[in-house]
Design a protein around this ligand. Structure first.
Ligand SMILES: [Ca+2]
Ligand SMILES: [Ca+2]
Ligand SMILES: [Cu+2]
Length: 388
């Protein structure tokens, strides 16, 4: 069975006209002073007979500033909210028959130990980063025609500015049964959609501090990681962690199907994309940690939102590694997606609240998704790792 990602452009109808190609591409390329007074006051009372200058022993402003910087840097780079994953050897890739061709063959991989965020990065965490740095996400910026031009057929006319306005891809539940081979039926390019407005203008993240941040591009996720003193996981680290010690099983919790027993992850139940039963308690994204952790104490490694990894995507990557033990593999040196050669892609893992067995089992530990690094999506976020 071929598992189709929600964004598999291979499945798009063949657009003959250049302008339509451009629209498709656009649609998817997104895809101290109080403290000093206190100190001086203490010194005055303990040494009554000495005249203390109000300015004695005041550290230089550089010392003060760097102390402050160090404090806050240490706070945000501490291992709070992270778990240590002992590395080891495992078989990477699909162990069942449900995978898409790029999940085979299974091959031996050895990863060093690392720290990993126990949950997806939340709106509250991302907000701290934006407030501290003034960072503007990809989805909040207008699209640069010069960038797009490289990826569309030569001679494609420049679209009107309105089409290049800042926007991102929002899921819109269809009112009727649609063909599962046409993702444009449920993805809408919405101006003004971004991490602060996940469903577009009028929507907000108020009261959603604990929800995963979404509409972040790979670049955004990477910048956040650096600011936090962390990095994005490699695809191998991500899969090793998702397996939670259950080597060679299909899901983070083992082999029980996602809709058997009690809810184990935030996925989609019902007919995708027009009828969402919400049996697991959530029709859209869920607050992080709403479901049980896996064997390593990691939450939402299946479902909720897709998670960016550091690696480029190469459809043949696993075949290239089949005869060796790969030690800390970092992915191919460049992207290779024959279905869209002009558009380099990064890896996403873990599936989302939109995954349903009828369409996409992205919540399997070996499922691979890919998207161009400037893509923002309503069902995609990330988590970080660090080495020490
Ligand atoms: Ca759900
Ligand atoms: Ca997830
Ligand atoms: Cu999916």
């Amino acid at each position: 069975m071929i598992v189709k990602s929600h964004l598999n452009r291979q499945r798009y109808p063949n657009y003959a006209k250049a302008f339509n190609t451009l629209i498709t591409v656009l649609l998817l390329i997104v895809l101290g002073s109080t403290c000093l007074m206190y100190t001086n006051g203490k010194q005055s009372t303990s040494s009554k007979n000495r005249v203390i200058s109000c300015c004695s022993k005041i550290p230089s402003r550089i010392t003060m500033a760097s102390a402050y910087f160090n404090d806050s840097f240490e706070e945000r780079t501490s291992h709070n909210g992270m778990v240590w994953i002992n590395g080891g050897e495992f078989l990477m890739g699909s162990s069942d028959n449900d995978g898409s061709p790029d999940e085979y063959p299974q091959h031996k991989v050895d990863v060093n130990g690392f720290w990993m965020d126990e949950s997806e990065v939340t709106n509250a965490q991302f907000k701290k980063f934006v407030e501290a740095t003034g960072y503007v996400t990809t989805a909040e910026k207008a699209i640069e025609w010069e960038e797009i031009k490289k990826q569309v057929p030569p001679g494609t006319p420049r679209p009107p500015d309105s089409m290049l306005a800042a926007a991102s891809l929002v899921f819109q539940c269809s009112q009727h049964v649609v063909s599962l081979s046409d993702p444009s039926q449920w993805w809408t390019w919405v101006k003004g959609a971004n991490w602060r407005h996940p469903q577009g203008p009028g929507s907000s993240i108020e009261g959603k501090d604990n929800f995963p941040v979404v509409h972040v591009s790979w670049y955004d996720a990477n910048e956040y990681s650096k600011w936090a003193g962390k990095r994005l996981p490699t695809e191998a680290e991500w899969e090793f962690a998702a397996r939670g010690g259950n080597l060679n099983q299909s899901f983070p919790w083992g082999n029980e199907q996602v809709e058997t027993g009690k809810p184990k992850a935030n996925t989609w139940q019902g007919d995708f994309p027009n009828h969402n039963l919400g049996w697991d308690g959530f029709k859209g994204s869920a607050p992080v940690k709403s479901f049980a952790a896996n064997g390593y104490g990691l939450f939402d490694m299946a479902g909720n939102v897709w998670e960016w990894c550091a690696d480029w995507y190469d459809t043949d990557y696993y075949s290239q590694l089949k005869n060796e033990i790969s030690v800390n593999p970092k992915g191919p040196s460049q992207s290779n997606d024959p279905s869209e050669p002009g558009s380099p892609k990064k890896i996403l893992r873990g599936g989302s609240f939109m995954c349903n067995a009828s369409y996409c089992k992205g919540y399997r530990v070996s499922s691979r998704m890919k998207s161009s690094p400037d893509t923002g999506l309503e069902h995609a976020g990330f988590r970080c790792v660090s080495d020490n």
